[in-house]
Design a protein around this ligand. Structure first.
Ligand code: NAI
Ligand code: MG
Length: 475
């Protein structure tokens, strides 16, 4: 069986205790690797290594061009090792290998390249003062960043945190999710090969509560905490951060609304709506899990949507043809299954879908669910979508905003005014019009309400991963 060590101070290492845990392949449902199980002692070792690399090492001092060149070399190694990285994520958490290869890995590399360039090319501000003083801004590296990642896009979401943190001269301790540890250790070894100094990117494995995750967020030498995962976990991490007055960035759950107006281009709306809920088996914080369809096109849209859902190829995620793999873990499978069990009791009907082989849940379409049903209110994080009809624009917006989440929403319409009105009225961090998941890395990314605190991306990442400083000089 493979062994997945921590990477601390440039060394692959066991835990101080020697403890290990298993990573389970959700398709075979068998353990495929043993992973170092970190505890408080290992968290301390990793944070001290990052602290030394920041306080004494070359990384924060080398300047944007040199750091950027190393990050580009790192990105190139990620691209060269795409097959191994994709296989690591697919084996750990069951995402289709074709998605891992064609989306997750290239996006991870692109994140390093983008933030390397963004930091190098960024400008500060000069603030002309009437008093004759000269005021300007600087962006100092913040220090040691604790990055805590989820299992749904392991490599890609880790790079979304690690890349801006490194580009702005910080050092990092990354704790991958316990269900998807493998690609992070591989990524850290590639960073060392690229020439990043030891201690700049450390990887610490383990669980959250009472384990590596909690120890990391409670550590007094950490300067920033960036977290993506469950809203309930975000609350716990925010409390830990408050004890040390550490800025925290939280990207949490979602219950994305997807509004299809009667003037939408139907083929386009069906294609994107399918991708929005069924890619990565619906294990996407941005998933369009609540579809609202205007009555005039309800039947036609729904028939086409259901046919497209049934055409998706479910099965072995290592097979190139597979579009929908198993859910990431047994625990998660049981959670999604309990939502399926709630649907009819809560008044909904299942038009298509249900359980597949092993931990596969087939693309599931639910109709007639009342807005109070659990399936309409809670984040399922699986391939399950509710479809609800509406008459007026106002009704659609009110239904879409009837949630404690607010990460993103989608709108399909050919009417420009309607699109702009809806985009303004939707309470969400991102609104996609006639598309889904198209990203410009300069744009703010984050959520309102229970979907999180703060924004990352471009200058928003700079704000979080630096200490912005004002310098005022008498001339
Ligand atoms: P989780 O929030 O429990 O775990 C995410 C990460 O946080 C993992 O690395 C975990 O070890 C760590 N963690 C957990 N508790 C911690 C603590 N007290 N202190 C420090 N670190 C801690 O999410 P989980 O269990 O992996 O997924 C459960 C649900 O979370 C999903 O069903 C979904 O609803 C949501 N989720 C949302 C994601 C998003 O992208 N917004 C991504 C993954 C999960
Ligand atoms: Mg959990």
């Amino acid at each position: 069986m493979d062994f997945i060590p921590h990477v601390i101070d440039g060394q692959e290492t066991e835990s101080a205790s020697g403890d290990r845990f298993a990573s389970v392949d959700p398709w075979t449902r068998e353990p495929w690797a043993e992973v170092a199980l970190g505890g408080p002692q290992d968290a301390d070792r990793a944070v001290q290594a990052a602290r030394r690399a920041f306080d004494e090492g070359p990384w924060p001092r080398m300047g944007y061009a040199e750091r950027g060149a190393l990050l580009h070399r790192f990105a190139a190694l990620i691209e060269e090792n795409a097959d191994a990285l994709a296989l690591a994520d697919t084996t750990d958490m069951g995402k289709p290998i074709s998605d891992a290869r064609s989306r997750d890995v290239p996006r991870a590399a692109a994140n390093y390249r983008f933030f390397a360039d963004h930091a190098r090319l960024a400008t500060g501000e000069v603030l002309p003062m009437d008093t004759g003083h000269h005021a300007y801004t600087r962006f100092e590296s913040a220090g040691v960043v604790a990055a805590i990642a989820p299992w749904n896009f392991p490599l890609m979401l880790e790079s979304w945190k690690v890349a801006p943190a490194l580009a702005w001269g910080n050092t990092v301790v990354l704790k991958p999710a316990e269900d998807s540890p493998a690609s992070a250790t591989l990524m850290a070894s590639l960073a060392l090969r690229a020439g990043l100094p030891p201690g700049v990117l450390n990887v610490l494995h383990g669980y959250g509560p009472g384990s590596a995750g909690a120890a990391l967020t409670e550590h007094p030498s950490v300067d920033r905490i960036t977290f993506t995962g469950e809203s309930a976990t975000g609350r716990v991490i925010a409390r830990a951060a408050s004890a040390n007055l550490v800025p925290v960035s939280l990207e949490l759950g979602g219950k994305g609304a997807n509004i299809v107006f009667d003037d939408a281009e139907l083929g386009n709306a069906v294609d994107w709506s399918i991708r929005a809920i069924f890619s990565n088996a619906g294990q996407v914080c941005l998933a369009g899990s609540r579809l609202y369809v205007q009555r005039g096109i309800y039947d036609e849209f729904t028939d086409r949507f259901v046919a497209a859902a049934q055409a998706l190829v479910a099965g072995d995620p290592k097979d190139d043809a597979t579009q929908l793999g198993p859910l990431a873990s047994q625990e998660h499978y049981k959670k999604v299954r309990s939502y399926l069990d709630s649907i009819e009791a809560d008044g909904g009907t299942i038009r298509t879908g249900g359980l597949g082989e092993g931990w596969v849940v087939l693309p599931t379409v639910v109709e007639n669910a009342p807005p109070t049903a659990r399936i309409c209110r809670e984040e399922v994080f699986g391939p399950v979508v509710t479809i609800t009809g509406f008459d007026t624009d106002e009704e659609a917006i009110a239904q879409a905003n009837d949630t404690r989440y607010g990460l993103n929403a989608m709108v399909f319409t050919q009417n420009l005014s309607r699109a702009h009105r809806a985009a303004a009225a939707l309470a969400a961090g991102t609104v996609w019009v006639n598309c889904f998941f198209i990203r410009d890395l300069r744009a703010p990314f984050g959520g309102v309400g229970d979907s999180g605190i703060g924004r990352e991306g471009g200058t928003f990442s700079r704000e979080f991963f630096t200490e912005p400083k004002a310098v005022v000089m008498q001339v």
